[in-house]
Write a protein that binds this ligand. Structure first.
Ligand code: A3P
Length: 317
């Protein structure tokens, strides 16, 4: 198997060398199946496409980076595991949500590795991805597993991403240059419009398979959105649970203010060697912070691009 893996990685590296390439700070991004990937995630994407066996009970959490993934992971984990882990004993109190629900293409199948223990995960198994809908592993698209997609308005997503890039000292990103690339779709797992649109269309065509959620809606009415989520996931709250205030308890557990202030999420240590620090996943957690960072021209231009890309889709921000 190791030999097969080495052979496969060699072939993937040969493929990567032929792909269009752009840079994001010091990181090269390669365009594969219409999506801009760092190389390690392409290897992971291909390995998962070949080897990942989805189960109908699996739940996949999909998003473009900086769209509210950390929050959604906390919510999904807490809803699904509430009998095993009541909110006051939640692993979230001591563990970053990214270590409870890991990305398929750059954690489980990182660099093309094939994990062996996925069958032993408790059901429903929870996974995450930043890949586009069209390039999800084959067995995910062709099984009855469920997908929750969270998106966020591109202005705040861009600002959040820019701050995230700045954490890597080697990068020293320049706001204007990063913005120009973002508008051309060149950003990890972008173009943002394709990332969003694939899941939006899938949610219209297969509402039983894909639930489309917005960061802004979660901020506005978390209880309402959690009820959409629990029903879709097949874990509806009982009348007793609702009367006991469990929905509110979970929403408070997963709130920005609560999670941000936990020791684990305040840590400046890297989440993995070379990875972002734990505290980088909690910055401001607000809607509309873009006004503090983008000038009116940048805002207008990005709004126009977004409107053009989403015209006629029914999707508005
Ligand atoms: P800001 O940089 O605008 O503050 P992701 O989880 O996809 O990486 O997205 C990160 C963004 O979500 C950051 O936005 C972060 O502060 C915000 N965020 C993280 N946890 C949150 C929570 N529990 N509630 C609301 N926003 C949260």
């Amino acid at each position: 198997l190791v030999k097969d893996q080495e052979e496969m990685n060699k072939k993937i590296d040969e493929l990567i060398a032929t792909l269009p390439v752009e840079s994001e700070g010091s990181v090269p991004l390669y365009q594969f199946k219409g999506c801009w990937y760092p190389s390690f995630a392409i290897r992971g994407n291909i390995a998962a496409d070949l080897h990942f066996q989805a189960q109908d009970s699996d739940i996949l959490l999909a998003s473009a980076p900086k769209s509210g993934t950390t929050w959604m992971k906390a919510l999904v984990f807490s809803i699904v595991n509430r009998h095993r882990h009541p909110p006051n004993e939640s692993p979230l109190l001591t563990t970053l949500s990214h270590n409870l629900i890991k990305y398929i293409e750059f954690r489980h199948y990182l660099n093309g590795n094939i994990p062996e223990n996925l069958d032993q995960f408790p059901k429903p198994r929870l996974f995450a991805t930043h890949s586009h809908y069209a390039s999800l592993p084959h067995s995910i698209r062709h099984s009855s597993c469920r997908i929750v997609y969270v998106c966020r308005n591109p202005l705040d997503t861009f600002v959040s991403f820019f701050h995230f890039l700045r954490l890597y000292p080697k990068n020293q990103p320049d706001m204007d240059a990063t913005y120009v690339k973002y508008c051309r779709g060149i950003i990890q797992f972008g173009p943002f419009w394709d990332n969003i649109m694939g899941y939006w269309q899938a949610s219209l065509e297969k509402p039983e398979k894909v639930l489309f959620m917005k960061y802004e809606d979660l901020k506005e009415d978390i209880v309402f959105e959690m009820k959409r989520l629990e029903k879709f996931l097949g874990f509806p709250f009982s009348v007793e649970e609702e009367n006991e205030g469990l929905v509110e308890e979970i929403s408070s557990l997963c709130s920005f203010e609560n999670l941000k202030n936990l020791e684990v999420n305040r840590s400046e240590k890297p989440t993995r060697p070379g990875g972002p620090p734990f505290n980088s996943f909690y910055r401001k957690g607000e809607v509309g912070d873009f006004v503090n960072h983008l000038n009116p021209c940048m805002v207008e231009n990005l709004v126009t691009i977004t409107q053009e890309k989403f015209a006629g889709s029914g999707l508005v921000f």
